[in-house]
Design a protein around this ligand. Sequence first.
Ligand code: SAM
Length: 211
Amino acid sequence: MTSSDPWDAETARGYDESCAAMFPPEVLGPSVDVLADLAGTGRALEFAVGTGRVASPLTDRGVPVSGIELSQPMVEQLRRKVPASDLPVTIGDMATTRVPGIRRLPPGQAAVPFEVSAAHSGFDTYDVVSQQGTSHHFSREPDGSYRYSATNFRYIWPAECDLMARLAGLEFQDGWADWTRAPFTAESDWHISVWRKPDADRRPAAGSMGA
Ligand SMILES: C[S@@+](CC[C@H](N)C(=O)[O-])C[C@H]1O[C@@H](n2cnc3c(N)ncnc32)[C@H](O)[C@@H]1O
């Protein structure tokens, strides 16, 4: 189950500002470097492209990027920065990719907090049988009140991810913990997998998940 509910016009307008810490070149650079390297002379497709945080600098690096995005308001924000001719986006659904904080969920506990502050408190709840979860957000408004929003997701494990890639006809190439290509281990908070098409075109496809 996925939802674009919280990615409404208001959230989309504030996304770049509220996520400003994820935009500086020193934060984004390593991912863009690896993605540009993987793309080579080929093209890239970003799932859940949002406001183009990653796709836009990748386009600036000369990689032709297309996107898939569920939320029209997020794409409208992207369009304020990059025209459709430079970064075409298809409005549509995809399977969400997210590494759950499930190892921080002791038996009998239903929720895992991921941020607790006066400005924002958030926690995830999980159904470990159906592998579905909900992220709950309580965000402080300028008048001091709190706004509640929630987003649903379904999580998958790395082995499922690799199986889906194999079913799609791709071959596993690399598993990394981050954009420095550190090896993926049982302790990794992030998961980046690279698969390639087993044909003459040796360009790989990359997917990532973060906790
Ligand atoms: C946290 S934002 C990330 C945007 C961008 N990739 C970035 O790194 O800044 C998550 C985005 O995923 C999109 N999204 C969520 N579920 C989706 C789905 N099933 N199909 C396509 N996009 C989806 C949301 O609309 C939102 O724009």
